[in-house]
Design a protein. Sequence first.
Length: 363
Amino acid sequence: MENLAMIPCVDFWRGKRVLLTGHTGFKGAWLALWLQRLGAHVTGVSLPAATTPALYNLAGVEQGMAESHLCDIRDAQALADVVRGARPEIVLHLAAQALVRPGYVAPVDTFATNVMGSVHLLEAVRTSGGVRVVVVVTTDKVYRNREWAYPYREEDALGGHDPYSASKAAAELVVASYRQAFLSDLGIAVATARAGNVIGGGDWAADRLLPDAVRAWEAGQPLMIRRPRATRPWQHVLEPLAAYLCLAQVLWRDGALAGAYNFGPSPQDAASVRAVVEIARSTYPSAAVSYGDETSGPHEAGLLALETALARECLGIVPRWQLKASILRTMCWYKALSTGACARALCDADLEAFMATDAISYS
């Protein structure tokens, strides 16, 4: 591919009709803000924001939306009505039950949202007409985790011990079936994006590492860590969002590249929970941490890394921010907000800084 460091392109996105599911969530709100800056005509579909506070509300995301629909993707007819009314050219599917531990509490809802919600969306795309590109966001946890040292490649076996991971692996099969059975023949390029753990300002969900740290340390409490040795492919939220946008750009030009793609840092940049926490606590001089013995709570993968060569070589998608810079920028975002800074201005500053940063060299 001629462009070895793709970036989201204003000339491409300006005026595009985009349907974005999950726009009230953490990643969805950031992506909506970015699409607005790029000049896209964005229709959002989501449940109400699940946290208080929520980035969607603090940053005034709705003000820049063409339309915002509070709609449950488990309701097939309601979702189909929104898709037909929006007439999207590009669909970015982020709506999900997106956490491991809540999947243990509500497995039926997790499967209904992540599997059947994806079915409902793809069926609406199939029958509505006008869509050219669909990007379905899944997770790095779709793989049958063998706790080995090798990073997972796109052709490795899917699996999932817990309901969240299994539901996302099942969504991968749904997408592959719809692509092969229906959408390719209609000229619709549909791909899945498998990204790792994201950090960044504006996340207040429970069971997220840095939001939990901010809550604990601002309250003068120790941060409780269950599994400090768990290793993940951490990235700033803007990294996978840039990848989703660039993937859509590529698929618009060449639908033959539709498939599954890993997005994340280089495998050697995957880091343990303890390593991330120790960088984060440097921004809070009196921060206390209590590290657990790895045994409490339900099963979670211990070692997880992604091989991202396919995205680099076939799509030209390369990360821009190293892990330490991403962690420090995240913590500074929360500290600035706590002292009265505007959430929208903080997001705009991060977007501008990200776009101005050169891609990481893998030579």
